[in-house]
Design a protein around this ligand. Structure first.
Ligand code: OGA
Ligand code: NI
Length: 350
């Protein structure tokens, strides 16, 4: 366990120690300059009201989603139908977990990315020399019965029905969003939800402790999400930023909303109409931050490729077909590179 412990963040920091450990210090050549750290105001990332999604407002909502997916690959949603208590409960449980003494959490630690339940830091400790200033607990959550027994038993609230309830609710929401996104591409409503096998679902509980020297660390470094869509819940501490036209834009917390982003697989299905955008989470000196993304994925054996309906003479297929499993392995083994691994699947243009 010694190596695990030294790789973990120093959450139980001894008072008076106010330096970032070496394994978290990013190389000097790779430090951000000040203009890069500064983020613009986020009011420009659309907030879409889902009220009436199954009524008279559907066409209008779908148009807004299409526009957001083409331009930013990100949008925020309100009136999403998930009760406030369910959301509050999952946030509380995540907070309780990360505030447990390190010794109680350590038994969930693993640096093997193929494990379905694990506590770790960074993406892949085996291939990355410098870790991100983030701890995360990754949980598979579909089908629930297959994975619940692997979840932490501490804090005891983890064993209640709240985590499962949250997962089920977010899954229903994800399916509604995928249908709307299909329609926004001009595909039949169930194109994405029906064609990709029985679908996986994972959740991460991300914990960003206060950082004594944020400018020296990688925060959660820029990345795209490899799945279909991500539905992110964040607490009230700002940190999430997305890249638009070469500038980082902050998406500051708005109560009772979720942030939705397009992952690499929808970029492929849409034949590059929709964008899987680089995003990151910055850390700060004095406040911890918790975020809980749900990653909705195709099944491993699902065959992904540009939708036939979106390919024509003017828009030849940008990607070859591949299974999600193939993609997943490429993603987790790509080492330090932050660029999207979609490039490896592009068909060379004539
Ligand atoms: C992620 C992610 C953003 C955040 O976990 O993939 O992008 O705000 N998280 O923590
Ligand atoms: Ni992400």
């Amino acid at each position: 366990m010694a190596t695990a412990a030294t790789k973990l963040l120093l959450i139980d920091r001894v008072p008076g120690i106010n330096r970032v450990p070496n394994s978290y210090i990013r190389p000097e050549a790779d430090r951000p300059n000040l203009t890069e750290v500064e983020a613009s105001d986020a009011s420009t990332i659309p907030l879409i009201d889902l009220e009436g999604l199954f009524g008279p407002n559907r066409d209008n909502i779908i148009r807004q989603m299409g526009k957001a997916c083409r331009r930013d690959g990100f949008f925020q949603i309100k009136n999403h139908g998930i009760p406030e208590e369910v959301v509050q409960a999952i946030m509380n449980i995540a907070g309780e977990f990360f505030r447990l003494p390190e010794s109680k959490r350590l038994k969930n630690y693993s640096d093997d990315p193929s494990k379905s339940t694990r506590l770790s830091t960074s993406f892949n400790i085996k291939t990355e020399k410098v870790s991100n200033w983030r701890n995360f607990l990754r949980l598979h959550c579909y089908p629930l019965e297959e994975y619940m027994h692997e979840w932490p038993t501490n804090p005891p609230s983890f064993s209640g029905k709240e985590v499962g309830e949250y997962c089920t609710r977010v899954r229903e929401l994800a399916l509604k969003l995928l249908e709307a996104i299909s329609e926004s591409l001009g595909l039949e409503r169930e194109y994405i939800s029906k064609n990709l096998g029985k679908h996986g679902q994972h959740m991460a509980m991300n914990y960003y402790p206060p950082c004594p020297q944020p400018e020296l660390t990688y925060w959660l470094r820029g990345h795209t999400d490899q799945n279909l869509i991500t539905i992110l819940l964040q607490d009230d501490v700002p940190g999430l930023q997305v890249l638009r036209d070469g500038k980082w834009i902050a998406i500051n917390p708005i109560p009772n909303t979720f942030i939705v982003n397009i992952g690499d697989q929808i970029q492929v299905i849409s034949n590059d109409k929709y964008k899987s955008i680089l995003h990151r989470a910055v850390v700060n000196c004095d406040r911890e931050r918790i975020s809980i993304p749900t990653f909705y994925c195709p099944s491993p054996e699902a065959l992904i490729g540009p939708a036939q309906g979106l390919i024509d003479q003017e828009h030849p297929a940008v990607y070859r077909s591949f299974t999600y499993e193939e993609y997943y392995h490429k993603f987790w083994n790509r080492g330090l590179r932050t660029e999207c691994c979609l490039d490896m699947l592009k068909i060379p243009s004539a």
